[in-house]
Structures are given as structure tokens and as C-alpha cells.
Design a protein around this ligand. Structure first.
Ligand code: NOJ
Length: 469
């Protein structure tokens, strides 16, 4: 059911697993600051040590091998490589660390997929205005070129930015992620815009200077729930679901895959709400400048992070002042039949992923798709025999197979989130997404496979053996 060269992967990110927050010359990132300033992370926890992958990488590699992964998605810590964010000051020990990780993976026949930016901006760049400042795009481009130059002889799959939607909204509108800003209705649009500019610059740099020799592919990882109208017979609900998809996935996918600009529904919604409050219509959602590298066409594949689904109905936000919620003017609901796993936001709806894959095929011109994240959370008492998570993976992978076989979607790979339990941002260590359990109370941070890890390994080995016949 899966193509012969299908990528069977698992994913992690630097801040969530590495620890070593100031080891060997690493500079601080906005997540170091956010956690140390106790800005609302569960239990005042932080990623200072986390899984200590900076020192225990070989333990991670054992996990990767035990699962039989063909691919491993990791992220680079910008501030570990470039402590002040600029290429004027390269931290050689950081380069050595990632060289070792990449070389070890390849020696074990595992292909790395490398994310350049997974939520952890160098604090030095935040101090200059961070993602709100237009100059960040040039700094990101220099960092990206440095990474292509240093690691691109071996890395063939690149993600520039992970989940720009989450960085922009949770970090700058809701304030629950670093840098903790709550500038409602303005900052997130600016941040998203600069992230797109940064991504596009990096893609063009790869395209013009590295692609011919390195022969890799570059994209950005977009998160989206599957969103469908609460009542498909109600025009307002249908329009609300369309608007919600435009504000989530379309915000970034439309400029990159369809028109080079934001979805019209999003532009007009922001304009309408601005005018209603007496502002100029075009003052919040920026326009793309002709002086910047074009955005359209800057993805060699579609990278999708999907976890769950929502029913959408119109209105109901009641916000009196500018905010993204007011612009969206829609309410997201859970279907009572959907089980909730661990965290409140994660309703288990495996068929939602299939619908979303089909939607991406239809709307974004049948791109090659990698599912760069998908997973199931556990909270409360530890269950290493995690039967529900096993069922989740089995049914989700079946839905992906149906998307490929029955809907003709070009899915190239599936990455489980996550290789092991780790620092789950504002939820700290209270939420466990791993295929391996990490005992954070043990000095050695022992990794133990969950039943779901064994199940995933079995699925992978079955497909690998079919591939040989
Ligand atoms: C998406 C993010 O990329 C990742 O960092 C996070 O841990 C998972 N979602 C689960 O919330």
C-alpha cells in the first residue's frame, strides 16, 4: 500500500530534547529566557536538561535503530550553531555535535530530515525585535546558507521553519509560547509575514547556490487540524470552516503554493474587522513587497503536521477589540463522539487526516506530501503498555494508506511525533508524546520503549520486508 521508498520516520526538535542549554558556547534562545523567567510553563519546568540528547545522542540513535526508522527528523538549534544569531561567530562545538548526529544516522542507513527553526530563536535576535523585525529574514537566510553549506552535502530534506502559525499566534498573540507577547490582532500577522519572507529567501538561496550540487529538497512545515462545518447544510458554517482553513493552513500555504499572496478570504476578513473598529483595512495583514524574493513556488514538497480535527460553526467569538479570533469569527467545537487523548486539544480522529490529505491534493495542486508530525499524547500515570496509542497509530497509518490508494494522494512519508517523551512547551514534561518513555527522574534519563514503539517498529518492518519481495 505504500510506495517502495516511503519514509518511515519519527521527529524531535532541538529545544525539546537536547538540554545542554549553555554547554560548549551555546547562546540562549527565547525558550531559555521564557522558561527561566517563569512565564507560565507547567510547574516552572524548562528544557535546561530535558532528554540531554546533547550528551546522550548515542542513546537516541539506539532508539532510532530499534524502531527501524528509515528517516529521522531533528532540528538544529540556531543559538547552538551561531550563539548571537549571526555567522560572524560560529560555535565549532555545535557544528561538531550536529556533524556527529548526521554522520551516525547515515552510517546506520537513516536519512536525516533537518528543520532549521523549531520555535527557538536566538535571544540576541529577539533583543533586536525578533520575528517582528523585517531584518530577521536576512539573518535567517544567512543562517540557512551556513547550514546548507555545512551539512547539505549529507542532508537532502530540509524544513526551513516549523509551524509558523503556532510561532506567530501562540508566541505573539496568545503569549503562551516564547517570546510571550500578547499583541492581539497585529503582531502575529507581522511575524507570519516575516517568517514567510525568511523562508522564501532561504529557499531561493538553496535553489540558486546549492540545489545543483546537493540535490536536496526544501519546504516549510505547516500545521493544520482537519476543519469541517458543524452543519454541512448551513451556509454560514460552511463558510466559517473555509475561513478557518484559510486562517490556519491557507495563511502560509496559499502564498507558497497558489498565488504568492494570502488567501482572499483571509484578507477580506481582516479588512472587514479592521474597518469595523475604525482602522484602515490594510493596516494589519502586510502586503508582499516586489523588492523581496517571490514567495510563490518556494516549496519542493508539502510538509504537514496534523494531530486532530474540529467542527466549525459561525460567529460566537464576542471579542470587542482587534484580535485574530475576531477576524476569524468562527467557533471550533469537538464532536462528542471523538475520544480525547491526554491533552484537551487532541481529539482522536484518524480519518480527519485522510480528509485533510485529499483537501491538500485538491487545493494545492497535488504536491508530494510528507506528514512531518502526527502523534498521540499521554498524561497522568505512566502506561508503558499504551494500547490506545497503538490503536491510534494503526488506524492513522491505515487512513494514510487509503489516502494514497483510494484518493490518489502523493504521500511520501510519515513521521511520528515523537521519538521519545520530551519537553512539551507550555505543558513541560506533563504530556508524553514518545514512542520511548524517558524517565526524567533517573540520573541517566533512561529510555524505555512503549508498546506503541514496538507496534510502530512492527509496521515499519512489515513494509520494509514487502519492499524486498
Ligand atoms: C507540534 C510541534 O511542532 C511540536 O514541537 C510539539 O511538541 C507537537 N506539535 C505536539 O504538541
Amino acid at each position: 500500500m505504500f510506495p517502495r521508498d516511503f519514509a518511515w520516520g519519527a521527529a524531535t526538535s532541538a529545544y525539546q530534547i537536547e538540554g545542554g542549554w549553555q554547554a560548549d558556547g551555546k547562546g540562549p534562545s527565547i525558550w531559555d529566557t521564557f522558561c527561566h523567567e517563569k512565564r507560565g510553563v507547567h510547574g516552572g519546568q524548562n528544557g535546561d536538561v530535558s532528554c540531554n540528547s546533547y550528551e546522550l545522542w548515542e542513546k537516541d540513535l539506539e532508539c532510532i535503530q530499534q524502531l527501524g526508522l528509515t528517516h529521522y527528523r531533528l532540528s538544529l538549534s540556531w543559538a547552538r550553531l551561531l550563539p548571537d544569531g549571526t555567522t560572524r561567530n560560529v560555535n565549532r562545538r555545535g557544528v561538531q555535535y550536529y556533524n556527529r548526529v548526521i554522520d551516525d544516522l547515515l552510517a546506520c542507513n537513516v536519512s536525516p530530515m533537518v528543520t532549521l527553526y523549531h520555535f527557538d530563536l536566538p535571544q540576541a535576535i529577539q533583543d533586536l525585535g525578533g520575528w517582528k523585525s523585517p531584518g530577521v529574514a536576512t539573518l535567517f537566510d544567512s543562517y540557512a546558507k551556513f547550514c546548507f553549506q555545512t551539512f547539505g552535502d549529507r542532508v537532502k530534506l530540509w524544513i526551513t521553519i516549523n509551524e509558523p502559525h503556532v510561532c506567530a499566534k501562540l508566541g505573539h498573540e496568545d503569549g503562551i509560547h516564547a517570546p510571550g507577547l500578547k499583541e492581539k490582532g497585529t503582531a502575529a500577522y507581522l511575524v507570519g509575514h516575516n517568517m514567510l519572507r525568511a523562508h522564501a529567501s532561504a529557499w531561493h538561496s538553496y535553489d540558486s547556490a546549492y540545489r545543483a550540487t546537493q540535490k536536496g529538497a526544501v519546504s516549510l512545515a505547516l500545521n493544520s487540524d482537519w476543519l469541517e462545518p458543524l452543519d454541512p447544510g448551513c451556509r454560514e458554517d460552511v463558510e466559517s470552516a473555509e475561513r478557518d482553513l484559510a486562517f490556519t493552513l491557507g495563511w502560509f500555504a496559499w502564498p507558497v503554493f497558489v498565488t504568492g499572496d494570502y488567501p482572499e478570504i483571509m484578507r477580506s476578513a481582516v479588512e472587514t474587522q479592521s474597518k469595523a473598529l475604525g482602522y484602515r483595512g490594510d493596516f494589519r495583514l502586510p502586503t508582499f513587497s516586489k523588492d523581496d524574493p517571490p514567495i510563490l513556488g518556494t516549496a519542493d514538497f508539502f510538509a504537514l503536521n496534523n494531530y486532530t480535527s474540529r467542527k466549525v460553526k459561525s460567529g460566537g467569538c464576542g471579542e470587542q477589540t482587534l484580535s485574530m479570533k475576531r477576524d476569524l469569527d468562527a467557533e471550533e467545537l469537538l464532536d462528542p463522539s471523538w475520544p480525547i487523548c491526554g491533552v484537551s486539544w487532541l481529539a482522536v480522529v484518524p480519518h480527519g487526516l485522510r480528509k485533510l490529505l485529499k483537501y491538500i491534493k485538491d487545493v494545492f495542486n497535488n504536491p508530494a506530501i510528507y506528514i512531518t508530525e502526527n502523534g498521540f499524547a499521554q498524561v497522568g500515570p505512566l502506561q508503558t503498555e499504551d494500547v490506545e496509542r497503538c490503536n491510534f497509530y494503526k488506524s492513522t497509518i491505515l487512513e494514510v494508506a487509503k489516502a494514497i490508494e483510494e484518493d490518489g494522494v502523493d504521500v511520501r512519508g510519515y513521521f511520528a511525533w515523537s521519538l521519545m517523551d520530551n519537553f512539551e512547551w507550555a505543558d513541560g514534561f506533563s504530556v508524553r508524546f514518545g514512542l520511548f518513555h524517558v524517565d526524567f527522574s533517573d540520573a541517566e534519563l533512561r529510555r524505555t520503549i512503549y508498546r506503541s514503539g514496538r507496534e510502530y517498529a512492527k509496521i515499519i518492518s512489515e513494509y520494509k520486508s514487502r519492499r524486498l519481495t
